[in-house]
Design a protein. Structure first.
Length: 255
């Protein structure tokens, strides 16, 4: 995710100067114990999985901690993933780390996932500033650049296929997309000019249709009498994922 994460009990703030800060539901500081290894961290990014485990990342490495702040020493190589950046975690425990031009995916045990993107990485960006993961495991990446080709937020399936783009240079302009957060069926993006935009989340139907079309391009889709069977996605036609804001089309994709 980014500088903020929550497990429903605590709110975590990744402060690169003061370390990882924890707050309760009343906004009061809830420090880790004096012996917790996580107290030595000064991360720029933090994420929480469904078990309450914490993932922190700085400029050097990404690490995994238990809810009490003790470190998973057997995770990754020597207890860490080489190379830091922005970190996000999927419902199945897979971990994404994005920095600069690339996002890499790691299995729940910290080993690289070679099936993601090309040789385990998506190298499609200019300057990754933030990322998030939705409940289906889809990855959202905010590319902080004024480049017309790269500017905006894009969503990817768990295997790295691009699903949709949430805004582009014509929407964000020089303000640039600096953050993305997925809450339920809504996707929120924010620019460095403090402009907030809302979109409909990528749905299972859209994801399945995208997968079908990719299979069709590769000649692997089912055929009936020698023709591609398109009924699977014609029953659920593509619904554009567009900004839900005043003066814009506000149709939402459905499950």
């Amino acid at each position: 995710m980014g500088r903020l994460a929550s497990d429903g009990v605590y709110l975590y703030l990744a402060d690169g100067l003061n370390g990882l800060l924890r707050f309760d539901t009343h906004g009061r500081k809830a420090p880790f114990s004096d012996h917790a290894e996580i107290r030595r961290e000064k991360p720029h990014s933090v994420a929480v999985d469904l078990k309450g485990n914490l993932y922190t990342s700085d400029d050097q490495a990404t690490r995994k901690y238990r809810p009490d702040g003790s470190r998973f020493t057997g995770w990754g190589a020597g207890g860490a993933l080489a190379g830091g950046g922005r970190v996000g975690v999927a419902p199945d425990g897979s971990c994404y780390v994005g920095k600069g031009e690339a996002v890499r995916k790691y299995r729940p045990d910290g080993s690289p996932e070679p099936a993601f993107g090309e040789d385990g990485a998506l190298i499609l960006f200019r300057n990754i500033f933030n990322l998030d993961v939705d409940r289906d495991g889809n990855l959202y990446v905010a590319d902080y650049t004024g480049d017309e080709l790269y500017s905006g937020v894009r969503a990817f399936t768990p295997v790295g296929d691009c699903l949709a783009q949430y805004g582009d240079a014509s929407l964000y302009g020089k303000r640039r997309a600096g953050s993305v957060r997925v809450l339920g069926d809504r996707v929120y993006t924010c620019t460095w000019g403090n402009d907030l935009f809302t979109f409909a989340r990528v749905t299972r139907a859209a994801r399945e249709r995208a997968a079908y079309l990719l299979a069709a391009e590769a000649g692997q889709a089912p055929k009936i009498d020698g023709k591609l069977d398109e009924a699977a996605w014609k029953e659920t036609p593509w619904v554009p994922l567009v900004a839900n804001r005043e003066g814009a089309d506000t149709r939402e994709a459905t499950e």
